[in-house]
Design a binder for this molecule. Structure first.
Ligand code: 5GP
Length: 201
């Protein structure tokens, strides 16, 4: 679909879903949104993955065990959830999203493609944004450069990324992550908000 026309901007309290291939920088862009656009509410996902060094429970993720995640599913407490990279489960707690939207806050979910498809079924009015790498070579470089995964895990993630890149046409708009602040500002303007340029230096 084409970008929304200026007169047809989404309401600021709309839900926006940011998805895209692994290592494209979704986490970096959502962190930039958190840092520079505090008026945007950014969802904190639950996951069964153990924390990486520096990750804080309740800030980057809500780190839970399998039994707790099972209970969240059983209670209908997740808006969507998925097994990502064939290993750990990740999901969006439903109630905080509802509350943020009810308060009129623009809300952002940074999730994988499977999760985005589930949200499209249950909340079709959301805005679906695909974050794309400048090129496949750049995506591989970023994945290897991050160095947080062993070779087997890296191969698994690349295989997922190949499938995820092919899904771009399912999204309302594509934002190319050639520069984090620029990509964030483009996302922000798609959300119907006014981007604020980063001060030089
Ligand atoms: P990581 O383990 O590197 O933090 O994240 C792995 C992947 O899980 C990323 O592609 C990220 O977008 C995805 N992810 C994070 N939170 C959620 C969530 O709540 N739901 C879904 N479906 N995917 C998520």
């Amino acid at each position: 679909m084409p970008d929304p026309a200026p007169g047809d901007r989404p309401r600021p309290s709309r839900l926006t879903v940011l998805a895209g291939p692994t290592a494209v920088g979704k986490g970096t862009v959502s962190a930039d949104v958190r840092a520079r656009y505090p008026q945007v509410w950014v969802s904190v996902s639950a996951t069964t993955r153990p924390p990486r060094p520096g990750e804080v429970d309740g800030v980057h993720y809500r780190f839970v065990d399998d039994a707790t995640f099972d209970q969240m599913i059983a209670d209908g407490g997740l808006l969507e959830w998925a097994v990502v990279h064939g290993r750990y489960r990740y999901g969006t707690p439903r109630e905080p999203v509802r509350k943020a939207l009810a308060k009129g806050r623009p809300a952002l979910l940074e999730i994988d493609l499977q999760g985005a498809r589930q949200v499209r079924r249950t909340m079709p009015d959301a805005l679906f944004v695909f974050l794309a790498p400048p090129s496949w070579e750049e995506l591989v470089r970023r994945l290897v450069g991050r160095g947080t995964e062993d070779p087997e895990e890296r191969e698994r993630r690349l295989a997922t990324a190949r499938v995820e890149l092919a899904a771009e046409s399912e999204f309302d708009v594509t934002v190319v992550n050639d520069d984090v602040h620029r990509a964030t500002d483009e996302l922000i303007s798609h959300m119907g908000l006014q981007p604020v340029p980063v001060a030089p230096g």
